[in-house]
Design a protein around this ligand. Structure first.
Ligand code: HEC
Length: 246
């Protein structure tokens, strides 16, 4: 009996290990703080400079961002608005709609990326590019195998190389697997400076999901209020109906 339990536990462990492996490598910890306005301002500036060429944030309006991040309107127009003239527009990218033919994939809108994938994922993804001459842009990504995005931050980070390790596969024969990445040629930033840079952009994208969250929550409040009022009426009606029965 005990033996069987041990076997079952071992099988479960193996299965969960296999599952964990399928989910990809362990994510790095972003450690960002959406209440840090300075970091959000830097993140907004860097996003506009390095990402908005390809990615939109269509659920975030410029004037909303300026208000939340305490950016004066003059500065907003002069330094942050490259793709539109109106402060009440959502943040567009400069990509034409058919940019898919350049990348094989349309660069996605990033309004909700921090919610769908997590800030840790964004932080890791921007640390995950490594040299791979077989890919169109000469890079691959540890966290998104065969990513269609070029390593636009390579001048800052430098270029990483893949690190492989020998792991036995199910049949017991050794197999080369991608174990991690390692800096090969340094960029303009030191590794800790690059971490801080990426943390700011991650922070900004985490914030960018918030206005949407605020909207969803106000909807929730509305529905709850409606149910409360409805309940009150139903209760009064019930009282009225049963009044003569007793
Ligand atoms: C030259 C165009 C280009 C630029 C500039 C660019 N990206 Fe991308 N990005 C892409 C493309 C194309 C994809 C789709 C990748 C895929 O799904 O294979 C993508 C995907 C992503 C994803 C989603 C990954 C996923 O798991 O689905 C994130 C996050 C992202 N980019 C963040 C950024 C950030 C942050 C910047 C600025 C530092 C940036 N990108 C700049 C083209 C670009």
């Amino acid at each position: 009996m005990l033996k069987r339990v041990v076997w079952a536990a071992a099988a479960l462990l193996a299965a969960s290990a296999a599952l964990a492996q399928e989910e990809g490598p362990q994510l790095l910890h972003a450690g960002n703080d959406i209440n840090n306005i300075d970091s959000l301002q830097r993140g907004a500036r860097d996003f506009m400079n390095y990402c908005s060429g390809c990615h939109s944030l269509k659920y975030l309006r410029y004037n909303r961002m300026a208000k939340d991040l305490k950016i004066p309107e003059a500065e907003l127009k002069a330094n942050l608005m490259f793709n539109t003239e109106k402060v009440f527009d959502g943040i567009n990218s400069s990509m034409p709609a058919d940019s898919e033919k350049w990348f094989g994939k349309q660069p996605p809108d990033l309004s909700l990326i921090a919610r769908s994938k997590s800030p840790d994922y964004i932080y890791s993804f921007l640390h995950g590019f490594y040299a791979d001459p077989t890919r169109l842009w000469g890079v691959n990504n540890l966290y998104l195998p065969n990513a269609a995005m070029p390593h636009v931050l390579a001048p800052l980070q430098g270029l990483q190389k893949p690190v492989f390790s020998n792991e036995p596969d199910a049949q017991g024969s050794a197999k080369m697997v991608l174990a991690g990445v390692e800096l090969m040629t340094p960029g303009q930033l030191k590794p800790e400076e690059y971490d801080a840079f990426v943390r700011d952009i991650t922070n900004f994208l985490d914030y960018a999901g918030e206005p949407v969250k605020a909207k969803r929550e106000s909807m929730g409040v509305f529905v709850t209020l409606f149910l409360l009022v409805f309940f009150a009426f139903a209760y009064l009606l019930k009282k009225e109906y049963w009044k003569d029965v007793h």
